[in-house]
Design a binder for this molecule. Structure first.
Ligand code: MF3
Ligand code: CO
Ligand code: CO
Length: 267
């Protein structure tokens, strides 16, 4: 399999799936408060997707080669958890920071997006890490256009993260997306400008940098899914699904509640 470009009809369906994924985050945002469990957030999102949107939660029973089926409908990754956290009995408390990652399937197409949330007032460290990670995602997105290369995206992300003394998780990356959850290409969040895949109009992929306050090392928990930082430092992630256009990019995972791009960054 190689990198595909999507037709206008397919792009239309990806716009719908992307918006629905973002709208799940809009829906759940007011519920993200101290005292709620990650399992309750999962259940609320699950019901919203099925009953309100008529969408399918892509994570539920997702089982790539070498993995057991993911048991829940969303991913919730708290504090030093990097990604793929499994919702459960954990009670969120003041000072936690949380990534919620939503992937829906609508009409056969996937939309994939995640945001960070702070529970109450964040500490200065968590606030800064989450801000800089958001800027990293957008600096990557801002490089997307026909004729650019994937290395331009990775380099923009890496430069900004490392300028702040943060490190980039290397084992997981963004990905092509469409009828399949994870397609080619792999979108590395580090790299060298001017190298890598040449972008063409109609390509669709995610940009989803995972940035650690400490070292880049990770490990997988015994549940077979949850990824944590080896040094227990805080980790943050944001994700959008992006279409390559002639003149630049179109973010597909947009909704009324999606935070705006950082000021002064994006033309
Ligand atoms: N949504 C994640 C991504 O951005 C993948 C989660 S796989 C799951 O690629 F099985 F954990 F849901
Ligand atoms: Co993704
Ligand atoms: Co995701």
């Amino acid at each position: 399999m190689s990198v595909t470009t999507k037709s206008e009809a397919e792009i239309g369906k990806m716009r719908v799936a992307g918006r629905l994924a973002a709208e799940v985050l809009d829906y759940i945002a007011p519920q993200v408060k101290p005292g709620i469990t990650t399992g309750k957030l999962n259940d609320l999102c699950h019901t919203y997707m099925l009953e309100v949107q008529g969408s399918i939660p892509a994570p539920l029973n997702y089982a790539p080669p070498g993995y057991k089926p993911f048991p829940k409908s969303i991913c919730t990754s708290v504090n030093h958890q990097v990604c793929h956290g499994i919702p459960g009995e954990r009670v969120l408390k003041h000072g936690d920071s949380l990534n919620i990652d939503i992937t829906v399937i609508k009409d056969g197409f996937h939309g994939d997006t995640s945001r960070m949330f702070h529970l109450g007032e964040p500490g200065i460290q968590a606030r800064r890490l989450v801000e800089v990670t958001y800027e990293c995602m957008w600096r990557g997105i801002a490089r997307v256009r026909s004729g650019a290369r994937l290395g331009d995206v990775g380099a923009a992300i890496q430069t900004h993260a490392e300028q702040h003394g943060y490190s980039i998780v290397r084992e997981f990356c963004g990905h092509g997306i469409g009828r399949k959850f994870h397609e080619e290409p792999q979108v590395l969040h580090y790299g060298k400008a001017g190298t890598g895949l040449l972008l063409e109009p109609g390509m669709i992929f995610t940009i989803e940098p995972m940035i650690n306050a400490g070292k880049s090392g990770i490990r997988e928990l015994a549940d077979g899914w949850t990824i944590v930082t080896k040094d227990h430092s805080l980790s943050a992630q944001w994700e959008h699904t992006v279409l390559v256009t002639d003149s630049g990019y179109e973010v597909l995972t947009v909704s009324a509640g999606a935070p705006p791009p950082p000021q002064g960054l994006v033309a």
